[in-house]
Structures are given as structure tokens and as C-alpha cells.
Design a protein around this ligand. Structure first.
Ligand SMILES: Nc1ncnc2c1ncn2[C@@H]1O[C@H](COP(=O)(O)OP(=O)(O)OP(=O)(O)O)[C@@H](O)[C@H]1O
Ligand SMILES: [Mg+2]
Length: 388
């Protein structure tokens, strides 16, 4: 047994079948069967279905959702088309019924080994930035900001690729904002967590005309949209390797999943406006993040949306209450934003010249400054040094 070997959890009640599996696994080099007390992560889980299919599939789904095992093979002494379909929908990579031949199991194990080798050798590509857009309250403009920031970043020449994830896990609105009809959504990830890699993701993400890759949330309730912190962690790791920027519409709920996203975010944009309830909520969020110890203070930025110059609460008042500078303000322009939403277009396409659109372009530029801008900043510092 070495740490390099693939660890298999074998959960087969039928004694003869179990012996058969054990002997095949032992005949293929590079595999270990998990023994009691073995605490290595499980690479492959081989599970035999009993007669209680509903209960078994629920159990399997829960384990897959927890991220405890990386890949699943199912076995069953009984089989029909419905059972096979269900097995595949759950995310099983292989399904062995009573007609399976020894050689087929051996081949499935060899293929598993190849997949693992391929993954190991895949050079980590980019180290994209994860930007988590969080609402301090519902309706403050979180989706408007996530969508338009993603599009403006994608339009920068220096940015190669941008992804947008809808973390409003049910009935998210991104498809409406961008007028896309996603073939796949979040539930595809939770169903196929064992297949999660760049190739799989590329096939299920929708692409907006601006070039933003979108992972939408399911537009209906189903048993498969249960994400978990472990799934989010795997997903974001893969996406960070594929895209320069991963923008998350984090909605305004705070649970285990949101905490995992916060932990992994390079930048958090808390969306607020200059109203007492919103400011109070933003303060509570800030305090909670400081108490949690993450994300680090400098990664948290506050964006004031729907800003009116003559607001009776000023930016300075807000900064005083947060004891923090406001990162950006976005002007109030209900007409333009709602018309763009109703047309299913991002602002750069619907109202390219409006001040609010320019504001989003500036925000994208400030998040991803050009080489010249960065150099410019360095030069200024250098000049300042000599002028002291
Ligand atoms: N800068 C702005 N000026 C005026 N109206 C805006 C602005 N940003 C967003 N809105 C409007 O606010 C409304 C809510 O926007 P949006 O759906 O983006 O908010 P949200 O925080 O994502 O809401 P939810 O909590 O429902 O997900 C929309 O009608 C939109 O037109
Ligand atoms: Mg929203």
C-alpha cells in the first residue's frame, strides 16, 4: 500500500461478487482496497445497489455531494434501462450488472487510471481571480453588477477569458439579463461531480455573445441542485485554472456554500446603497467577515449602487460608519438598467455611451489595470520619491 496508489472503497454486500471484485482489483497494479482505519481520500467508490433503489440513490447522491469520493462505479445484480439511466444521472461513471465480464471491469479500472494520470499531468493553467459580488440585501443590484462587470472585463483586450457563475442556486436571473437559453445548468455539476474537469466544464457552460462563459442556476426545482462546500471548492479550483476572471453573483444569502466561496475569493464586492437598512446590513457583513478572519480586510470592497449626488447620506458618512473607503459608486439610472434587463442585453450593448456603462468600464479597468497603468503608478511613486 502506497500513497501513490489509487484507493478504492468497495461496498458490496454479495459475498461472491465482492470476492470477484477483490480478485480483479488485486490483479491490476496501482490499486488498493480501503481497509478499516485507512484514512486516505477515496479515489473510487464501487457500490452495489440493493433492492431499495430510492434509498440507495439518495445515499449515493449525498456522498457524491459531500465530495468524499472522487468517482463512482455502481454494481447491481438486477438491471433495466430505467436503472441504468438513473445510475448515469446520479453520476456513476460505470454500471456493472450480472452480465458484466471480468475483462470489462479490468478495462474500467485501467481507464480510471488513465484519467487520473491525465489529470495529474495537466499543467495548471491560469491562476484566475475570483471576484465575489455579494448583495447586502435583496434587490440592491448584485446581478446587474456581476453581469456588467463580467462583460466589461471580457471586453478588455488584455483579458482573455471571463466566467460568470450564478450562485442564486434556484431561479437565478442571469439567463434573463443576457438573453441566453442555457442547455445545462448547475445541476449538471452536482450530478457529475466525478467528471469535473476543464473539458467537462467547457461543454456545459453557456457562452454569451460578449464571450463570457456562464454557469447558470437551474430554472426549476429538482433533486440535483444541492451543491456543497466541497463541490464549490472543486468547481472554483477548476474554473480558476481556466479563466482570467471568475465573477460570482453571490446573491444575498449566507450559508456554508457562501462561506466557502468567501474563503476562496480574491476580491469581494459588497453591494450596498445609501439607505440606512442597507448600510446597517453592510456593517453587519463587514463585522462578521472580520470576526471570521476571512476574507482579509484588503480583499473586501464596498460598492455603492444607485448613487445619487444629492443623497441625504453622503459617501463620507458611509465611509465613517464602515471605517473603510468606498471602492466605487455606480450612478442611479433605473431607466437604462431596467430597459437593458428587459431587452436581455448587457449595458455595453444596450447603452454603450451612457455614463453608467462608462462607470462599469472604469470599474473593470480598475480591477484589471493595463500594463501601462501599472507602470504609470510605479513611475509616479518613483517621481514622488525624488520630489520629497
Ligand atoms: N445603478 C442602478 N440604477 C438604477 N437602478 C438599478 C441600478 N442597478 C440595478 N438597478 C435596478 O434594480 C433592480 C434590481 O436589480 P438586480 O436584479 O440586479 O438586483 P439583485 O440584488 O440581483 O436582486 P435579487 O436580490 O432579486 O437577486 C433592477 O430593476 C435594476 O434595474
Ligand atoms: Mg440577483
Amino acid at each position: 500500500m502506497t500513497d501513490e496508489n489509487i484507493c478504492i472503497k468497495l461496498e458490496i454486500r454479495n459475498r461472491n461478487l465482492r470476492r470477484e471484485f477483490e480478485s480483479i482489483i488485486r490483479s491490476v497494479p496501482g490499486f488498493d482496497i480501503q481497509k478499516p482505519g485507512d484514512v486516505r481520500p477515496i479515489d473510487l467508490w464501487i457500490f452495489e445497489l440493493s433492492d431499495e433503489h430510492d434509498k440507495d440513490f439518495q445515499h449515493v447522491q449525498n456522498i457524491l455531494n459531500s465530495g468524499e469520493v472522487k468517482e463512482l462505479f455502481l454494481a447491481s445484480t438486477y438491471s433495466d434501462q430505467t436503472l441504468l439511466k438513473r445510475a448515469m444521472q446520479t453520476g456513476a461513471r460505470e454500471f456493472f450488472d450480472q452480465s458484466v465480464k471480468e475483462e470489462e471491469i479490468r478495462q474500467a479500472l485501467e481507464k480510471f487510471k488513465e484519467r487520473r494520470e491525465r489529470l495529474k499531468n495537466e499543467t495548471p493553467g491560469k491562476k484566475g481571480q475570483i471576484i465575489n459580488v455579494l448583495g447586502s440585501k435583496g434587490g440592491v443590484g448584485t446581478t446587474t453588477i456581476a453581469v456588467n462587470l463580467a462583460v466589461c472585463l471580457a471586453e478588455l483586450e488584455r483579458v482573455e477569458s471571463v466566467a460568470l457563475i450564478d450562485m442564486n442556486l434556484v431561479f437565478g436571473e442571469i439567463p434573463l439579463f443576457l438573453d441566453i437559453e442555457p442547455t445545462y445548468n448547475w445541476s449538471e455539476i452536482t450530478k457529475n461531480i466525478s467528471r469535473l474537469d476543464a473539458t467537462f466544464l467547457k461543454n456545459i457552460l453557456s457562452v454569451d455573445p460578449s464571450g463570457v462563459y456562464v454557469l447558470c442556476s437551474p430554472g426549476y426545482l429538482s433533486g440535483y441542485n444541492v451543491a456543497s462546500p466541497a463541490i464549490i471548492e472543486s468547481l472554483l479550483k477548476v474554473m480558476r485554472g481556466m479563466f482570467d476572471f471568475v465573477i460570482i453573483d453571490g446573491g444575498h444569502s449566507m450559508g456554508n456554500i457562501s462561506l466557502k466561496i468567501l474563503e476562496m475569493s480574491d476580491t469581494v464586492l459588497i453591494v450596498s446603497n445609501l439607505s440606512i437598512p442597507c448600510l446597517a446590513n453592510t456593517n453587519k457583513l463587514l463585522k462578521s467577515f472580520y470576526d471570521l478572519g476571512y476574507p482579509e480586510r484588503e480583499r473586501i470592497n464596498i460598492v455603492i449602487n444607485r448613487h445619487l449626488k444629492n443623497s441625504n447620506i453622503s459617501i463620507e458618512d458611509a465611509e465613517k460608519s464602515f471605517d473603510k473607503k468606498i471602492f466605487r459608486t455606480i450612478p442611479n439610472d433605473y431607466n437604462t438598467t431596467i430597459s437593458a434587463i428587459n431587452k436581455g442585453k448587457p449595458l455595453t450593448q444596450f447603452a454603450s455611451k451612457e455614463p453608467i456603462t462608462e462607470n462599469f468600464r472604469e470599474m473593470a479597468s480598475s480591477i484589471c489595470p493595463s500594463f501601462e497603468e501599472k507602470e504609470g503608478k510605479k513611475k509616479r511613486k518613483f517621481w514622488k520619491f525624488f520630489s520629497l
